[in-house]
Ligand binder design. Structure first.
Ligand code: TEU
Length: 562
């Protein structure tokens, strides 16, 4: 038995206390793919409001709403034209207020996505920058540099963007601007005081409208230190990301979040934030500090195989990090950027020693997508069975669980979207190398039939496959064996059983079984192997698949009351 962490805090995610987020189950809504109320083929805010009863029945504590701001959708809304408005195709500010009111009436908090690293190229600031001369204050809000060569016709540096292709774009007068992501996403200059002030304004704007927290996009990218001489990509690659890299995870980024914290703490209860920061594990704690954003994602489980040893190591390590930061830890299997976990777990194992390095389970999934899901053959049932077991394990862990719309329906990735409907810039910028993230962004099926399975009255812009019918809410509602029923039961029980943020490993005597107890007698046992195993003593509360002769079969989790 290993004591991992003990705190005396017993949060209650349903109350209005300042710690509501510490062990919340947060459900991510990708708004354009959730529910379409006006038949234009695009999900919208009134669509979400109409589904609040569904969210309430599901039993989540909070919604994380991906960007709903005006946007040309060059990157699914992560290219923001105006941070303090609603995309007219999604509704109005009044619709937003109605959504907040409906969620709050149902006891559900709302976290909105904030995209501070870059604006869109249609943002008023960027238009002004293009219309203004070199060296002007308007250009200083972004990262402009003179090009090299005659008339600046060569880029100022050879950098590649995160999305593939060059990271510098010419504007026609010898100057170029920097973009970590798509061309339509110019990076902001966070050394500019006006940029800093404007985001404080945005934080207050949404906090005043009742928003409970923020998910901070690319939180490790805002601070940059670029002198007159730009380094080469090779030099960037060779520079350790330990606080003084010119572009990523700089120590001074935390000065920005210290300012934000003052805004968060001026509200009652304080507004919360969670950092999306793809940084080395030992650097995560700073983002999660109570003086900064307060919580940070860890993506370790979504990069791992369905493997007891990897899971145990990741869980122990991250609970330790949580102790270091004073925050609670976060768990994520799926989101709008990655191959859905039911699909990842249905692909062949990556072989001995897999776990770290660049070839993660998620990257393996992306390679599979490149073959349009043809090879290797996806073991659909096994993948879903493992995903259900993994999720039940996750929901018993101390800390917050971030769930992605559709996983509660057991959805697989849609691997075979025709190229002509694809929207993700990572598809267009990486021909033949990456098909992008559209396969996890296909609109949800609500009914077994209809032009878009109840998503709306028009066909969905990303076409839904025929097999979505079997995963529709209507098909799964009330079916005791469905994934939706499993999530509902698990989330309801989690509320009942939720307890202090600690965990005690229970030695199972087997390498392929992970068992742990939470204070108060809540026990979770997962069999990662194939042979049925005996369960510890206790009352079985819930299982991710039926027991076999009282024993726990392979790829199954059971919750017990000891
Ligand atoms: O993602 C940041 C990020 O680093 C990911 O883009 C990741 O590298 C990528 O998904 C791999 O394909 C955030 C958002 O979650 C993502 O949707 C946005 O596209 C991105 O920022 C730019 O805003």
């Amino acid at each position: 038995m290993t004591e991992v962490i003990e705190t005396d805090l017993i949060p209650d995610a349903t109350s209005r206390d300042a710690n509501w987020w510490r062990q919340a189950a947060v459900y991510q809504i990708y708004p354009r793919a959730f529910a379409d109320s006006n038949g234009d083929g695009m999900g919208d805010l009134p669509g979400i409001t109409s589904r609040v009863p569904y969210l309430s029945d599901l039993g989540i504590d909070a919604v994380w709403l991906s960007p709903f701001y005006p946007s040309a959708l060059a990157d699914g809304g992560y290219d923001v034209d105006d941070y303090r408005d609603v995309d007219p195709r999604l509704g109005t500010l009044e619709d937003f207020d109605a959504l907040v009111a409906a969620l709050h009436a149902a006891g559900i908090k709302l976290i909105v996505d904030l995209v501070p690293n870059h604006t869109s190229d249609r943002h008023a600031w960027f238009r002004e920058a293009l219309a203004s001369p070199k060296g002007s204050p308007a250009r200083d809000r972004y990262i402009f540099r003179d090009g090299k060569g005659p008339r600046g016709s060569e880029p100022p540096a050879d950098w590649t963007s995160v999305f593939g292709g060059p990271a510098w774009e010419p504007v026609g007068d010898g100057q170029w601007y920097m973009h970590h992501f798509a061309v339509q996403q110019p990076d902001l200059n966070w050394n500019n005081p006006e940029v800093r002030a404007d985001f404080l304004h945005t934080l207050r704007f949404w906090s005043d409208r009742g928003v409970d927290g923020f998910r901070v996009d690319v939180a490790h990218g805002l601070a940059k230190n670029l002198g007159a001489e730009l380094p080469s990509q090779a030099e960037l690659d060779a520079t350790p990301k330990d606080g003084d890299h010119p572009l990523w995870d700089r120590d001074d980024v935390h000065d920005i979040y210290a300012d934000w914290r003052k805004v968060f703490d001026s509200y009652d209860p304080p507004r919360t934030a969670v950092a999306e920061a793809w940084v080395a594990a030992h650097r995560r704690a700073r983002y999660a500090s109570a003086h900064g954003l307060g919580q940070a994602f860890n993506f370790d489980l979504l990069e791992a195989d369905f493997d007891a040893e990897q899971f145990r190591e990741i869980i122990t390590f991250n609970l330790g990090l949580a102790e270091e930061s004073g925050s609670s830890t976060t768990w994520v299997f799926s989101n709008h950027d990655v191959v859905r976990h039911a699909t990842r777990y249905g692909l062949p194992p990556r072989g001995p020693g897999a776990g770290g390095g660049d070839h993660t389970a998620e990257k393996q999934g992306r390679q599979w997508l490149l073959a349009r899901g043809a090879e290797p053959v996806l073991e659909r049932e096994l993948g879903l069975r493992r995903a259900r077991a993994a999720t039940l394990l996750e929901l018993a862990l101390p800390g917050s669980s971030y769930l992605y719309q559709g996983e509660e329906l057991g959805l697989h990735e849609v691997p075979d979207l025709p190229d002509e409907v694809r929207q993700d810039p990572t598809f267009f910028r990486n021909p033949g190398v990456d098909v992008g993230r559209d396969g996890c962004r296909v609109p949800l099926p609500w009914t077994r039939e209809g032009v878009s399975f109840g998503f709306g009255d028009a066909p969905a812009d990303l076409p839904q496959p025929a097999w979505f019918a079997d995963h529709a809410v209507e098909a799964e509602d009330g079916d005791p064996a469905s994934t939706l029923t499993l999530y509902r039961r698990a989330l309801a029980l989690r509320h009942e059983l939720q307890t202090a943020e600690s965990l005690t490993w229970i030695e199972s005597g087997r390498d392929d079984v992970l068992a742990f107890g939470r204070p108060g007698g809540w026990v979770s046992v997962t069999n990662f192997g194939t042979d049925p195993v005996d369960l510890p003593d206790g009352e079985v509360l819930l299982t991710s698949a039926p027991l076999e002769g009282g024993r726990l079969p392979g790829a199954t989790t059971a919750w017990l009351r000891a």
